[in-house]
Design a protein around this ligand. Structure first.
Ligand code: MRU
Length: 376
């Protein structure tokens, strides 16, 4: 995917358009570079993260978020941590890498992409004969993960574009766009490919409380891409479906079980899948290969991140002077419950858009050899 691609992250700021990646690596400074997503859509800034502890912090605090983007950040973070080691003992080096791995893995629990990405980096490192070779291989493997992420997303665009017809009205939830990956995105890839092919359609972005990734990130991306869209309150989708105003739902995922096809995604996805089934509206999930978990056997086994009460009780935005502020919305003496994700059972999913084509959820296991899955 080169910077001239229409589906890539081309950001226009003060009249100038430039290609960015959500996540990249500065090898000279051993720093991870991230688009600071907490500031969007009000400010676009790229930050440099100086060591692996800070990289884990950036994942935890959601400077970077979205399954593929935190996968690439963890892969780079592992390489960054490996390259921080200055000793000569191979055993100490291995223990250091184990600690870096654990720190990055623990930053966020639901998405499987960071674990898959770091396992790939570790496997590549095992081929190095000494510490220096392993450090070098770690960085190469992290770069390879990032490239594969971009390639897979572009392939989702090719396979998924026919789902988006002239005049389609599409609902999406949260942000599974270029900001959630290294570039291009998953749920957005078919939209961007259809748009590049000249089709006109309209997207409804669920605002996606409590952090509002739909209202802030997806809406900003679609505006940057010049795609017709509107933000809707999370509770509005049922009404629009009942009135025949939504033709298709397409979302991303943080973990899809290869054995069952169950889909973990941002809280509220399950509700939309139930609504879509009730109204006979197709419900698609778009994923790169790093989002498949081949180990877990049931959707109920997926760890669901419980986040801070303050996200539910208040909201972030900018004030009249452009300053970023949090406002308290809820009754100040009330508490809140804040599960970050939910699991949509495979039975509610029409199809999974993968880099090898659109599959029924149960086909993932049968086609596992093409999807990078295990032999058994
Ligand atoms: O909490 P986030 O913003 O990291 O959540 C991840 C997501 O953006 C969504 O669940 C998304 O739909 C899948 S990630 C591509």
């Amino acid at each position: 995917m080169d910077s001239s691609s229409l589906a890539a992250m081309n950001v226009t700021l003060r009249g100038k358009t430039r290609h960015f990646r959500t996540v990249s690596f500065d090898a000279k400074k051993n720093a991870v570079r991230l688009v600071e997503q907490r500031l969007l859509p009000h400010e676009f800034r790229v930050v440099s993260v100086a060591d692996h502890r800070a990289t884990a912090g950036a994942i935890r605090d959601m400077v970077v978020r979205g399954a593929g983007a935190i996968g690439a950040t963890a892969a780079y973070g592992l390489a960054q941590g490996a390259r921080e080691f200055t000793g000569t003992s191979p055993a100490k080096f291995e223990r250091h890498v184990d600690r870096v791995f654990a720190r990055l893995k623990d930053a966020r629990p639901t998405a499987v992409d960071p674990v898959n990405a770091m396992l790939g980096v570790r496997a590549a490192m095992a081929n190095g004969e000494d510490i220096a070779a392993r450090q070098e291989l770690a960085l190469r493997a992290a770069e390879a993960f990032a490239e594969a992420d971009v390639r897979h997303c572009a392939e989702l665009g090719e396979h998924g574009a026919p789902l988006i017809r002239e005049g389609s009205r599409v609902l999406t939830h949260c942000n599974a766009g270029w900001l959630a990956f290294v570039d291009v995105g998953t749920a957005t890839a078919p939209l961007y490919a259809a748009h590049a092919a000249g089709r006109r359609f309209h997207v409804f972005c669920d605002e996606t409380r409590p952090r509002c990734q739909g209202a802030s990130l997806t809406a900003w991306e679609l505006a940057q891409q010049g795609i017709s869209h509107q933000v809707i309150a999370d509770n509005a989708a049922g009404h629009l479906m009942q009135r025949g105003e939504i033709d298709l739902v397409i979302v991303g995922s943080d973990r899809v079980l290869g054995r069952t096809g169950d889909v973990a995604n941002k809280i509220g996805t399950y509700t939309k899948a139930i609504l879509a089934r009730h109204h006979r509206i197709p419900f698609y999930v778009a994923i790169p290969l790093s989002t498949i978990d081949w180990n877990l056997r049931a959707g109920t086994d997926i760890p669901i991140e419980e986040r801070s009460e303050s996200e539910v009780l208040g909201a972030w935005g900018i004030d009249g002077r452009g300053h970023r502020v949090r406002v308290q919305v809820a009754n100040p003496t009330s508490g809140a419950r804040n599960p970050g994700f939910d699991v949509t059972p495979a039975a509610l999913v029409t199809g999974i858009v993968t880099p090898v084509g659109i599959l029924r959820p149960r086909e993932l296991w049968r086609r596992r050899s093409e999807l990078g899955g295990p032999a058994k």
